[in-house]
Design a protein around this ligand. Structure first.
Ligand code: COA
Length: 163
């Protein structure tokens, strides 16, 4: 008997990807046969980095991981999950403040597509206070962020803060 391929998706805006997101990717890729990181094309948020740049940065970060692919998605997350035949949506949990938003989203996604399960992975303690907006704010005001983001993102942040 062959074991079914276990595929999960990790969606987000990733504007830009931080060490916190990488921590979640590394945890998730150990749990599934394949992980598809979905960079949202149409986020509720207005983004600092273009979709192309957010994808390029994410691809650079995920290049060493053999079972991780990076794609973009548009429209409903559950439609994309079905297209990819993924049964799990990965989300990272940092603090209690994430819970309400994540709970609402997980229930809405389950109502839209009953076969999908949202799996929450708890972040590493030192990543618990990182968010993409915080990192951008620190970088734009000239503060150090190299301990919070991978080198390619650090470079991209330097470019926008010196623009
Ligand atoms: N470490 C560090 N930061 C983290 C993190 C972690 N483990 N997990 C989340 N974050 C931060 C992000 O940096 C981001 O910070 P910011 O608000 O300062 O930018 C914030 O938490 C949440 O961002 P992210 O994880 O990228 O998710 P999102 O909320 O931007 O993305 C989508 C939400 C794209 C998944 C959701 O809107 C979606 O599914 N859209 C498609 C349309 C749809 O189906 N809608 C119905 C959904 S019910």
């Amino acid at each position: 008997m062959t074991t079914p391929h276990r595929c999960a998706i990790y969606p987000g805006t990733f504007d830009p990807v931080t060490n916190g997101h990488i921590d979640i990717i590394e945890r998730a890729m150990r749990l599934y046969d394949s992980l598809i990181v979905g960079v949202s094309a149409h986020s509720r948020k207005s983004t600092t980095f273009s979709l192309e740049k957010r994808v390029a940065l994410m691809r650079d970060v995920c290049a060493p991981y053999a079972n991780v692919q990076v794609e973009t998605f548009d429209g409903l997350l559950v439609h994309w999950a079905q297209e990819k035949q993924a049964q799990w949506i990965i989300r990272g949990l940092r603090a209690l403040s994430d819970f309400e938003y994540e709970f609402q989203m997980a229930l809405a996604n389950r109502k839209l597509y009953g076969n999908i399960e949202t799996v929450f992975l708890m972040t590493r303690e030192d990543c618990a206070c990182i968010s993409s907006s915080l990192v951008k704010e620190i970088a734009l005001l000239g503060g150090p962020v190299e301990h919070l983001v991978p080198p390619s993102v650090h470079q991209a942040l330097r470019e926008i803060s010196h623009a």
